[in-house]
Design a protein around this ligand. Structure first.
Ligand code: F0G
Length: 360
């Protein structure tokens, strides 16, 4: 029985089905009674306390596990709204450029809405799991000989040539849906955290979280606002440098972006909140990735670990309440996970051989 159950109630009586983001946060989203809701019951992701990370940085740290969404990343929050609005407008086809997660999410939600989905991905630079998702959900997948920025430049122009709706975060409905991540954090903590750490790629998510915190405060749900700390990979850090990066490079392929579409949104979130956008190296990202897996039992993407790498690097005032967004699931990129480990030894199917090899 949970503490919320009245005495004598059947076990679990306080649980009701989660209806997906649009129904749960309808009042804050650009939908009406006539919007067809396309949902996979995304959202309601865990906000997991991280005891060892908390000890390490002398703060109270929580991890927002966005890898627990239906397609394994935060993109589902924006996609449920973007695809529902596209359906309302009568769209039959959607398109996106992607480093992988947007394409996985767009493919799944488009299939649910019986729409055609085309995705443009940078050839050779997306994680295997994400490619598998786009393919299995039936998207038309094109590998562009160029990086994400080149693919997005084409996608921006596509609606002038074909009847398609763009579902990248330049579509404002994506940002609206992604605000719900901030709502959930405040709903669980009872107020906004002191510090919010988040990876930055195309910069839509930091823009959305900041807007979400502002809207929730305006609605009287939180008295305070967090300091927003955004983290780019050092080899793909245009906002930190103050200029686009022609050839972005990082092992965190999800954020391998040289000219973010929501650049202004990110700098506004950072400056208005008293935060900032900073760079973390691939080594720092991988150290955080391994720490999360071995010390907190959380398997996230490398890009996601940038938020924790940044927290470890910058530090926060002692006792701060901190939320790090872990944007995507580690299973998206099995190649990276295996490359970070030693090859398991093969042994004969024999007790002595197993005992000798186990070494316990
Ligand atoms: N983390 C992950 C796992 C991502 O997939 C992305 C972006 C980000 C962080 C950065 O978020 O772009 O809103 O600043 N992925 C996009 C994609 C670009 O195509 O899947 P952002």
């Amino acid at each position: 029985m949970s503490p919320a159950d009245p005495p004598g109630a059947p076990v679990g009586a306080s649980l009701r089905p989660w209806r997906g983001l649009i129904e749960e946060y309808r009042a804050f989203l650009p939908v009406s009674d006539t919007t067809p809701v396309v949902t996979l019951q995304e959202g309601a992701t865990p906000l997991l306390h991280a005891p060892r990370l908390s000890e390490r940085v002398s703060a109270e740290v929580y991890l927002k596990l966005e890898g627990m969404n239906p397609t394994g990343s935060f993109k589902d929050r924006g996609m449920t709204v973007a695809i529902s609005k596209a359906a309302e407008e009568g769209a039959e086809a959607v398109v996106c450029a992607s480093t992988g997660n947007t394409s996985a999410s767009a493919a799944a939600y488009a299939a649910r809405a019986a729409m055609t989905c085309a995705v443009l991905i940078p050839e050779g630079h997306i994680a295997l799991g994400k490619l598998a998702q786009a393919l299995v959900h039936g998207a038309r997948v094109l590998q562009v000989r160029g990086n994400f920025d080149a693919a997005l430049a084409i996608v921006r122009e596509l609606p002038a040539h074909a009847p398609v709706v763009v579902v990248n975060s330049i579509n404002p409905h994506r940002i609206a849906g992604q605000m719900t991540g901030a709502f959930e954090i405040v709903d669980v903590l009872g107020e906004a955290p002191d510090v919010h750490c988040i990876p930055v790629g195309n910069a839509g998510n930091i823009t959305a979280y900041w807007r979400g915190y502002l809207e929730y405060r305006a609605a009287g749900r939180s008295d305070k606002l967090p300091r927003m700390l955004g983290f780019q990979a050092a080899g793909a850090a245009p906002i930190v440098r103050g200029a686009p990066v022609e050839e972005p490079e990082t092992i965190a392929t999800a954020i391998r972006i040289g000219n973010p579409a929501s650049w202004y949104g990110a700098t506004a979130a950072a400056s208005e909140s008293g935060g900032g956008v900073y760079a973390v190296t691939d080594e720092e990202i991988l150290a955080a990735y391994r720490f999360l897996a071995t010390e907190e039992s959380v398997f996230c993407e490398a890009a996601s670990a940038a938020s924790v790498a940044g927290l470890m690097k910058l530090g926060v005032p002692a006792g701060s309440k901190v939320v790090c967004v872990l944007t995507g699931h580690g299973l998206k990129d099995p190649d990276l996970a295996i490359s970070q480990s030693s090859v398991p030894p093969a042994v004969d199917a024999d007790m002595d051989a197993v005992l000798a090899a186990i070494g316990i």
